[in-house]
Design a protein. Sequence first.
Length: 89
Amino acid sequence: MIKTLEEALNYISELEAENKALREELEQFRLKKPAGRKKHDETWMASYKDFAIKYEGGMTIMEIVNQGEISRRTAYRYKAYYDELKKGL
């Protein structure tokens, strides 16, 4: 229980310091990049379209992967997405 003005001011100073530390921690979380696969943003779509053009042009998945632009796992994800799109047509 706070009984004096001095105690109240000290407590306020402690709370302000704690607030500042929490704000800094929150800012670090805001700046941190999310883990896991990215959503289908512009970069993803550009990479997928490049894959689709090469795949439709007759290149195998491993030939596309060996060019070094995407990983093998990404190529198979793109292939699954490609197959789903073709199935829907």
